[in-house]
Design a protein around this ligand. Structure first.
Ligand code: PLP
Ligand code: TYF
Length: 394
């Protein structure tokens, strides 16, 4: 059976983690995989999550199957968190999925069921798994201009120029906030302009939200998404609870569909059930039960918000410290873009040779293309990281 199995493609991010784990140098620094770490280098369980788990354990009565939509309280809590007070809220359905990854695949399958000829447009560059997931669902993929490697910002004019050419057979995938891998987000004005274009030309926006609360705040980070949900007849949304709740390994996320009518959204939901049934059938419950418990309890919600704010505050102060150190050591302001980026990532543009030298000579691990995970640093590492970057010619 497997004699002629084609060689598997490596995951470019997870393979950096394997190299890191195999490195015996004590001073090694992992700026690879997108996982939040505290100053001690740990990815802690949030206190709100720990308390929610205790409540759940004390009140749990069954582990019987929960059904195709997953945890109903979770689904409602996600709709409330993301879409309340938008016009789309009353025409939206949510379905719990195994991570945003599961939501991306399920929504891609939904697009393929509704319109097999649809083309999905991704940013240049985009999250490593966007293209393979869309293509696995049988959809064709193309790319709109996004990151300008010179300015390290989004080239909104070029992006909008391409998006303005799209029509009813096109789906435009947008990162909700804290763009992976670049860290460069679009302005609210660009969200508004894309919304106007979607209304005029009929393409479907698909927002992938994996880092809510990692940028400017829980509400601020979804202002663009909420604008779209208010104005557009239809919208697709995949969201992840991996980062915002620190529930990475619980595989918790949601697929949300806003339909032109609630009836259409419910039809989409029925189709999503069929699509889930033919692969994993039902999502795992524990992560979703935790999120529902946190969001359903005012005291735990407050604790969660405070913890999330502390995490984003740490990332912002690391960015500032990094820029200050670069400015001091290089006597140049060319690294100022690091404080303009949002969330965990920045795309530095380091060459392959530079990333290899960082790894081999300085025990600093970054993703190919030069993506760094800001949250992988401790404040005390910053002088050494900057020195190493400058030593390899950054
Ligand atoms: N979408 C983006 C933009 C991501 O960066 C990630 C990775 O964390 C995901 C989706 C997948 O997240 P999840 O862990 O919820 O599957
Ligand atoms: O981009 C990241 O680092 C995270 C985690 O195949 C991740 O999104 C990395 C690789 C992968 C799936 C998730």
């Amino acid at each position: 059976m497997f004699a002629n199995l084609p060689a598997a493609k490596d995951d470019p991010i997870l393979s950096i983690g394997m190299l890191f784990n195999a490195d015996s140098r004590e001073h090694k620094i992992d700026l690879g995989v997108g996982v939040y770490r505290n100053e001690q280098g740990q990815t802690p369980v949030m206190q709100a999550v720990t308390q929610a788990q205790q409540n759940l354990l004390a009140s749990q009565t069954t582990q019987a199957y929960i059904g195709l939509a997953g945890n109903a309280e979770f689904n409602q809590a996600m709709l409330d968190l993301l879409l309340s007070n938008t016009a789309g809220y009353s025409r939206a359905i949510a379905m719990q999925t195994p991570g945003a990854s599961g939501a991306l695949r399920l929504l891609a399958d939904l697009i393929a069921s509704a319109k097999p000829q649809a083309k999905v447009w991704l940013s240049t560059p985009s999250y490593v798994n966007h293209q393979p997931i869309m293509e696995a669902a049988g959809l064709s993929v193309d790319f709109y201009p996004y990151f300008n490697p010179e300015t390290k910002q989004v080239d909104e004019a070029a992006m909008l120029e391409q998006i303005a050419k799209l029509g009813p057979d096109d789906v435009v995938l947008l990162h909700g906030c804290c763009h992976n891998p670049t860290g460069a987000d679009i302005s609210l004005e660009a969200w508004q302009q894309i919304t106007e274009l979607a209304l005029k030309n009929g393409f479907l926006p698909f927002v992938d939200l994996a880092y809510q609360g990692f940028g400017q705040g829980i509400d601020e980070d979804i202002a663009g998404l909420r604008y779209m949900a208010d104005k557009l007849p239809e919208l697709l949304l995949s969201c992840s609870n991996s980062k915002s709740f620190g529930l990475y390994r619980e595989r918790c996320g949601a697929a949300i569909v806003i339909g032109e009518t609630l009836k259409q959204a419910n039809n989409a939901r029925a189709k999503l059930f069929e699509l889930a049934r033919r692969s994993y059938t039902m999502p795992p419950n524990w992560g979703a039960a935790i999120v529902a418990e946190v969001l359903g309890n005012a005291q735990l919600t407050q604790l969660w918000q405070d913890e999330l704010n502390q995490m984003s505050q740490r990332m912002r102060s690391l960015r500032q410290a990094l820029v200050d150190e670069f400015t001091q050591q290089s006597s140049s302001e060319r690294f100022n873009y690091l404080v303009q980026h949002q969330g965990m990532f920045s795309l530095t543009g380091f060459s392959q040779q530079q990333t290899e030298q960082l790894r081999e000579q300085h025990a600093i691990y970054v993703v190919g293309g030069g993506r760094i995970n800001i949250a992988g640093m401790a404040q005390q590492d910053i002088p050494r990281i900057v020195e190493a970057c400058l030593a390899v010619g950054a």
